[in-house]
Each structure stands twice: as structure tokens, then as C-alpha cells.
Design a protein around this ligand. Structure first.
Ligand code: PRP
Length: 204
């Protein structure tokens, strides 16, 4: 049995579609079951928050998972990344109000940066030697500059619609992001044939 952790949210539908293309149909009506069977008796699914996919896979609770490189790099989990899946492309950026100067704030003030990605944001600014204060939030990040909670944000951008709608401008790209298949190290050794078969089907 191969257990697959899927992320809720933006990657869920394309991931289900990719498994369906590979002939693996997730039970569409699992009721309240959290371990979801599929049309393939050897593959079952669990659906978890994006940041938790790597936790389940690193621990071996799931053999493989589908996650974005954004939450994966933020977690720094020790998992294998055998396959780029070619969907979910977006980017992690620094954005700030269109009306405000960037990258300097008036009076040389230290910027406050709101983000769901505190580690990646901290690393980005630390590598550049730019002191910032990181404010961790868990969603609706774009509202933070409007309300004075932060000067800048670090967040995902896909179409750019959310930034534009909130008067923000993309300033720097931290990381190109996409969906990847991740795998547990021990599981890949112990169940090599099953892993290879799944990757062949998903990669085809
Ligand atoms: C992401 C991201 C932005 C938005 C960007 O949020 O945090 O808010 O999508 O997309 P756009 O450039 O196409 O407007 P998501 O919808 O994943 O939900 P979240 O804010 O709850 O994380």
C-alpha cells in the first residue's frame, strides 16, 4: 500500500486531476473518512493542510505527498523530491504599497514584513543584510499594509490580482514555486517498485 498525502487548497484539484490522468481515481464521496480509498487498491489518500504534507511524509505516516515548494522550503523537511509535477506554478515575492518608496522606508525605519513564510522571509533579508521585523500571520496577508500591521509582505503571487486589488506592487522574487511529489526516504527504499511505478504513471 502506498499512502499519498494531498494538500488542501490551490493544489488539491490539479493534484486529483493528475492522479486521475494516471488512472488513480480518489473516492469522490469519502464521507467523514480521512483515509480515502481510490480506484487502485494499492493507493490510498489523506488530505491535510499544505504545511502538514511534509510532516506526514517526513515521519513516514504517508509514503509520498503532493506539496508546493513554498511550504516545503519553509518547513526544511528531510524528504526526497523525485518529481516536479508541472502545475501550481507561482512565485513567492516581496510586495509593498504602490504609493510607498521601496526598498527604503522614510527615516530609515526598519521594515515590518507580514508573512506566512517567516523562515524564508527572514533568510532572504538576512542574506542581503537588510534588517527587518517579521510578523507571522496565517492568511489574508495582503491586508496587513492597508491596516498598518506591516510595511511589506512576503506572499505567493499567481495572477497578481490580489496584490493589485489591495494597492500592492511586486518588488522582488524570493522563490519560484511549483507542485512537487515528495517521498519518505525509508519508504522509497522499502517499497522501491511501488514508488517507481507511481512516478512512471504520474510522470507519463
Ligand atoms: C494565495 C496567496 C495570495 C493569492 C495570490 O492565497 O496567499 O493571497 O493566492 O493569488 P493571485 O496572485 O492569483 O491573486 P490562497 O488563495 O492560496 O489562500 P490563503 O491566503 O488562504 O493562503
Amino acid at each position: 500500500m502506498i499512502r499519498v498525502a494531498l494538500a488542501k487548497g490551490r493544489l488539491y484539484d490539479p493534484a486529483v486531476a493528475r492522479f486521475a490522468q494516471a488512472g488513480i481515481i480518489i473516492d469522490p464521496e469519502p464521507g467523514r473518512r480521512l483515509l480515502i480509498p481510490s480506484s487502485d487498491a494499492g493507493i490510498e489518500f489523506l488530505v491535510v493542510k499544505p504545511a502538514d504534507v511534509a510532516v506526514y511524509v517526513e515521519s513516514g505516516a504517508a509514503d509520498v505527498g503532493v506539496t508546493g515548494t513554498d511550504v516545503l522550503r519553509e518547513s526544511d523537511a528531510d524528504v526526497l523530491e523525485p518529481l516536479e509535477l508541472g502545475f501550481g506554478a507561482c512565485r513567492l515575492v516581496v510586495a509593498s504599497p504602490a504609493s510607498a518608496p521601496y526598498p527604503e522606508l522614510p527615516g530609515g525605519k526598519t521594515a515590518r514584513v507580514a508573512t506566512k513564510y517567516p523562515r524564508l522571509a527572514w533568510r532572504h533579508f538576512a542574506l542581503e543584510g537588510r534588517p527587518v521585523e517579521i510578523i507571522e500571520v496565517h492568511g489574508s496577508v495582503e491586508v496587513a499594509p492597508l491596516l498598518g500591521l506591516a510595511d511589506w509582505i512576503v506572499d505567493l503571487v499567481d495572477t497578481g490580482n490580489t496584490l493589485r486589488a489591495n494597492g500592492l506592487v511586486e518588488r522582488e522574487v524570493l522563490l519560484p514555486v511549483g507542485a512537487v511529489l515528495v517521498a519518505n526516504r525509508a519508504s522509497q527504499k522499502l517499497k522501491l517498485e511501488e514508488h517507481l511505478a507511481l512516478m512512471r504513471r504520474l510522470g507519463a
